[in-house]
Design a protein around this ligand. Sequence first.
Ligand SMILES: NC(=O)C1=CN([C@@H]2O[C@H](COP(=O)(O)OP(=O)(O)OC[C@H]3O[C@@H](n4cnc5c(N)ncnc54)[C@H](OP(=O)(O)O)[C@@H]3O)[C@@H](O)[C@H]2O)C=CC1
Ligand SMILES: CC(=O)N[C@@H](CCC(=O)OP(=O)(O)O)C(=O)O
Length: 315
Amino acid sequence: MSYSVFIDGEAGTTGLDVLRRLEARDDLEIIVLGDRRREVEARREALNAADAVILCLPDEAAKEAVAMIDNPAVRVIDASTAYRVDPAWTYGFAEMAHGPGRMSQAEKIAGATRVSNPGCYPTGFIGLVRPLVSAGIIPAGWPVTVNAVSGYSGGGKAMIAEFEAGGAGAFRAYGLSLKHKHVPEMTLHTGLERPVLFAPAVGAYRQGMLVEVPLQLAALPSSPSVEVVHGALAEAYAGCRFVEVAELEATEAMTGIDPEGLNGTNKMRLHVFGDRSGAQVRLVALLDNLGKGASGAAVQNLNLMLGLREETGLS
Ligand SMILES: NC(=O)C1=CN([C@@H]2O[C@H](COP(=O)(O)OP(=O)(O)OC[C@H]3O[C@@H](n4cnc5c(N)ncnc54)[C@H](OP(=O)(O)O)[C@@H]3O)[C@@H](O)[C@H]2O)C=CC1
Ligand SMILES: CC(=O)N[C@@H](CCC(=O)OP(=O)(O)O)C(=O)O
């Protein structure tokens, strides 16, 4: 059986990467608009004709696209920020832990017609922190900070053009007003009660990211050991193909970590770097902002929603 898929925003950074991942598949037929991609009526027709649509658009254009869909059978995956904290949409982080006996996020995605694809930074942050909040290691009211660096493709076509024209600088801290659009999503889907303090940065390389959460273990109520923190993460992602937790021994031997290390993949690797006394850790997620941070996750969600589970890599 073949399914039809329409990528709205097919010529953008995320859209092109989704297309690259799908075009070789013989179980999918891709609806491509080419030069007609900005024509409202052409989009409306494609949005209602496809079995599934993947919106790779700015927030406002994504909302307009959703409003154009009146065929109830169409499944929608939105890569923008528009619906990530909307309770009517299912959050598309398939490995997000929910605790024993509850429906997994992957099952929720499989049964949904509206799925919001997570942001790139939130994928790393939620991946690191949610299992620790669920396990009671980080109290819900704890003040949590996240530092991160992304390649410039994270800012889409405009930022790519800026950096590739030269003169953009080697490294730029931003989000300095502390109002980054990812904060509500990071806070909600970890179960934290206070807004996360988010310090993002962008570097003069195209793709790949590190998302880091430093924790003063000795200040936490249970003073957990490095092994307890690592164990909670390892348990949360046991059996997942796309999210892995690096062994403590391997992490201890590392002297650096390359943000480009998982480029081109749909994988995320979590590290727990601990100090010798065990009083502090740096939790670090490594992922491709266009892979598990965007297009890879969108394709994973598409597979789940169309029932192509063998393609998901979820055990
Ligand atoms: N880049 C990344 O790493 C990530 C991006 N995202 C999200 O994915 C979405 C797309 O981002 P990205 O690919 O980076 O952005 P780009 O700027 O690279 O691409 C945006 C695309 O949207 C199209 N578009 C813009 N406005 C309209 C409109 N009014 N009607 C129809 N099409 C329109 C553009 O068309 P045209 O080609 O004609 O210009 C372009 O193809 C955003 O919401 C972003 O936040 C999410 C996670 C990571
Ligand atoms: C480097 C850079 O600018 N990154 C983007 C985030 C990219 C991303 O995740 O897109 P969403 O906002 O749709 O989640 C930013 O900080 O706005």
